[in-house]
Write a protein that binds this ligand. Sequence first.
Ligand SMILES: [Fe+2]
Length: 248
Amino acid sequence: MAVGPLVAAAPYLIQQKYQDYTADQHGVWEELVRRRRGQLDAHACREYLEGFEIIGLQDDRLPDLSAITDQLRPRTGWSTTPVSGFLPAEAFFEMLAARMFPTTTWLRGRDSLGYIPEPDIFHDVFGHVPMHAHPVFADFLQHYGSVCAKVKDPDALERLGRLFWYTVEFGLIRQDGKIKVYGSGVISSHGECTNVIDGGCEVRDFSLNEVLSTPVKVDAIHKLLFAIESFDQIYEAMRQAEKQEAGA
Ligand SMILES: [Fe+2]
């Protein structure tokens, strides 16, 4: 699939200097993965666990982003593309529309294994990228970026941001009669995942209009999240959201 050159995102593209990671940083990655493994083997959705294997993530080494892209691209057209840090919305949407996932290359230190305010490579790759191997999720995410790239109304963008938050970041799915997690924020955070498993968080059936009208709280553990029945549901929800918010 041909994509034009990036414009808004171009200044943020960097190289991942893989050889610069220290043995201690690989050790931090290993510790982070070890802390999440047990819970995820039981509570992550099957598409996440399959994606983890497909993209070749290793438990004891930081990921090489170009090697992940080599696995993803033939499958869903996505790349895992290193960027210098937080992207402005326009650049972020442009990259998603081009099936390029902006990925930080820095890793949290040992003093903040449990929580970091800004995404690092563990959140971005361990949390997000396995889902990019799933064709329907991959198409949903690309469509999300291409729609948001065209929306100018700030209120519509805020509503669409909630759709991202309650799916890509904190999404849940019903599988085998249980609630499983697929959103990066629940995948990568022990506290958020435990909150879901232990019933600290109300889980409602996903409804597009309810999601679009439920404000996001970034600084508190969730009291309400939404569970889909299948990834086709968010793909269809995105088509509906495009009609409602972008007038398509
Ligand atoms: Fe994220």
